[in-house]
Design a protein around this ligand. Structure first.
Ligand code: AMP
Length: 284
């Protein structure tokens, strides 16, 4: 496995692969790998001849009051995990390589980014779509891998690629959970044991919501009440949102219709955690 922070080196290695008609897969990450990241790398390994993993904690997607400085970084362990899961190249640029002093270009996707996470974090997706565009331009992969864990991010990136005719396939990957059902997140580094126990309530609440919908409840208002109840029973009181949207258009839904994304964001201590499920509306 090769590691580099140089854009030129990445381009040279990729053009060599492409000369030999090899397919290239990209897994963009912010590091602090867990099994969720590893599952993306594994999938990329299965589906491509050459696998690139990028590690870059992207300052542009953090607001000034957010956790950019605290964000967990563990490059040694990440490199080991990348290699063990079959990565060929790890691209780990520094801030100056990605955002030189005169940097002034940003990519924005409208509407889709106004809701859910976008409401709580107004500048977040502008940072995400900008870095993803840059990484796609640098690596020029055939396939790029994103987790459903960040469902809105996946929908936004898919829309951007479609709208801008970018020649890449965006591959969505399932959420990896621990034994208690908690969706793995690098931000779990911030949680103590008691808080991890509390976090179990997040997926429990979503499962209750799914159960209600599957058993015929068509009023999402009632489902939301139930989800809020479960969260509160687990001691989760700071709830940013619980929402029901059509997957992948993210149109708000009041009742089942097609594929439904139930997503939520809560705070446990100072840590903001996300989770979601996507389910088919039952035929009634
Ligand atoms: P991050 O390093 O948090 O930017 O995440 C890098 C990629 O890993 C994103 O596409 C995430 O959606 C994905 N990811 C993060 N957590 C999980 C998880 N628990 N299961 C599957 N994918 C995940």
């Amino acid at each position: 496995m090769i590691k580099t922070s140089s854009i030129k080196k990445v381009r040279d290695l990729i053009s060599e692969q492409k000369k030999n008609t090899k397919s290239v897969g990209l897994v963009p990450t912010m590091g602090a790998f867990h099994e969720g990241h590893e599952s993306l790398i594994k999938k990329a390994r299965k589906e491509n001849d050459y696998v690139v993993v990028s590690i870059f904690v992207n300052p542009a997607q953090f607001a000034p009051n957010e956790d950019y400085n605290l964000y967990p970084r563990d490059i040694k362990s990440d490199l080991l995990k990348a290699e063990n899961n079959g990565a060929d190249l790890v691209f780990m640029p520094n801030d100056k390589v990605i955002y030189p002093e005169d940097y002034s270009t940003y990519v924005t996707v409208e509407e889709l980014t106004d809701k859910l996470e976008g409401k709580s974090r107004p500048s977040h997706f502008r940072g995400v779509t900008t870095i993803v565009t840059k990484l796609l331009n640098i690596v020029t992969p055939d396939n790029a891998y994103f987790g459903q864990k960040d469902a809105q991010q996946l929908a936004v990136v898919k829309r951007m690629v479609k709208d801008l005719n970018m020649p890449v396939k965006i591959v969505g990957c399932p959420i990896i959970r621990n034994q208690s059902g908690i969706a793995l997140s690098s931000r779990h580094h911030y949680l103590n044991r008691t808080q991890m126990k509390t976090a179990v309530g997040i997926y429990e609440s979503l499962k209750e919501g799914v159960k209600m919908i599957k058993s015929g409840t068509s009023d999402f208002g009632a489902v939301k009440e139930r989800i809020l109840d479960v969260l509160q029973n687990f001691g989760i009181k700071r709830i940013d949102y619980v929402e029901f949207n059509k997957w992948e258009s993210l149109e708000p839904l009041r009742k089942p219709e097609g594929k439904v994304l139930i997503s939520l964001a809560v705070r446990i201590g100072n840590t903001r955690l996300l989770d979601n499920v996507i389910l088919d509306s039952p035929r009634l």
